[in-house]
Design a protein around this ligand. Structure first.
Ligand code: NI
Length: 391
């Protein structure tokens, strides 16, 4: 069946591309996807697919009415980036861009909807289509959609999602069993001291020196406290303080991110960062306040479901295009669905075959090879059918 799916999607390629370009031209930021949602709902209505609005700009649709349920998810939001891709359907909304391919994810799920709708009468169950807002912004649209009941009435047995990957060639499907992406927490430090003349440091409390000590010392959380067989990253990404060469300032502000591959280690690391930051500052007479903005949990793919996705990929794109994807310390709010039920998320190659290195995700020059769109649509429809066939 999946082989036919790809042929059918390829026959409809110009329509998939037209949908993708419409969304690309009109990017909207997280939780503001009003026109994008209206576009999705119009397409679903034209396909005769019933849907309901959820979480403001989210949409959930169902194909089939009885039996076990399988869910497919696409994210729909864009990024605050000024587009420099040079495509002739570039963003019309200055300062906003679909630089993470969510326009492609949405158009592929719409095409999967069309393919599945054509088979609705033979479906042995229900397929739930989730068009989710706000992937790019904490607390993540997925967590809000779940709170508002997207996984109820009916509750799916499994969920699948995909992400475009400009590092892989068009037609390649990259799979990863187990932990695939990391948790991400944002860290905001304020180191407080006492300002004064730079020539008389003994009369001040130097927050710059304290901040520097905190930055270097905290790497021991990763190197000395993380089990070498677990993974963690702590990056301090911003440091702001001071204004003159001869003045010790009274505070320094820093930002950073913690990434972890398992929940227990993540909690330990956050506690340790909190404790050490305070103690180091205190040992120098300074103070340190750390605010932690908790982000997404690690994304863990179900083993059996990922095997099923690999079997589907072999039927859709062939053995040679079915690849392994190595885990990354990126984050993805699909992780919230994966905490609720067996889930599998794969990467879809979108780099043109004649290009050696394409601009990465979140790059202002990011673009995709649109030949990948029918492949992703066939994969989504294919895994849903394969999983339902097991029920
Ligand atoms: Ni993304």
């Amino acid at each position: 069946m999946p082989a036919n799916l790809l042929q059918e999607a390829q026959a409809n390629k110009s329509a998939i591309i037209a949908n993708r370009r419409s969304i690309h031209r009109n990017p909207e930021l997280a939780f503001e996807e009003y026109e994008t949602a209206a576009f999705i709902r119009k397409q679903l209505a034209e396909l005769g697919i019933a849907y309901r609005e959820i979480a403001n700009t989210g949409t959930v649709a169902h194909i089939g009415s009885d039996g076990p349920c399988i869910a497919l998810r696409a994210d729909i939001d864009a990024l605050p980036i000024h587009e420099e891709s040079g495509v002739d359907f570039a963003s019309l909304n200055d300062g906003k861009m679909h630089a993470c391919g969510h326009d492609a994810h949405t158009s592929m799920l719409l095409e999967a909807a069309r393919l599945l709708k054509r088979r609705e009468r033979e479906l042995p169950g229900v397929i739930k289509l989730i068009f989710q807002p706000g992937e790019e912004k904490l607390p993540g649209g997925a967590s809000i959609m779940i709170k508002e009941g997207v996984l109820k009435d009916p509750s799916p047995l499994a969920i699948f999602g995909q992400h475009v990957n400009p590092a892989a060639v068009t037609g390649e499907v990259g799979l990863c069993s187990g932990a695939m992406m990391a948790s991400c927490d944002e860290l905001y430090w304020t180191v407080g001291g006492r300002s004064g003349h730079a020539a008389q440091p003994h009369l001040t409390i130097d927050p710059i020196y304290a901040a520097a000590s905190i930055i270097t010392q905290l790497q021991s959380v990763i190197s000395r406290q993380c089990n070498p067989f677990d993974s963690g990253v702590l990056s301090v990404t911003a440091i702001n303080g001071g204004f003159a060469a001869n003045v010790i300032p009274d505070k320094v502000e820093m930002k950073g991110t913690l990434r972890a591959m398992n929940l227990d280690w993540r909690e330990l690391a956050l506690e340790s960062i909190q404790r050490q930051s305070s103690l180091i500052a205190e040992s120098m007479g300074a103070t340190c306040e750390l605010t932690i903005l908790r982000g997404y949990p690690p994304l863990v793919n179900n083993e059996g479901l990922t095997e099923l996705a690999a079997t589907t990929a072999k039927k859709v794109v062939g053995d040679s295009n079915t690849a392994s994807f190595l885990p990354k310390m990126w984050a993805e709010d699909f992780a919230y669905y994966a905490q609720e039920m067996p889930a599998s998320f794969w990467m879809l190659g979108v780099r043109p075959p004649d290009v050696e290195e394409a601009p990465g995700l979140h790059n202002s020059k990011f673009y995709i090879d649109e030949d990948a769109l029918p492949v992703g649509a066939a994969m989504l429809a294919g895994v849903a059918l394969e999983r339902l066939a097991l029920c």
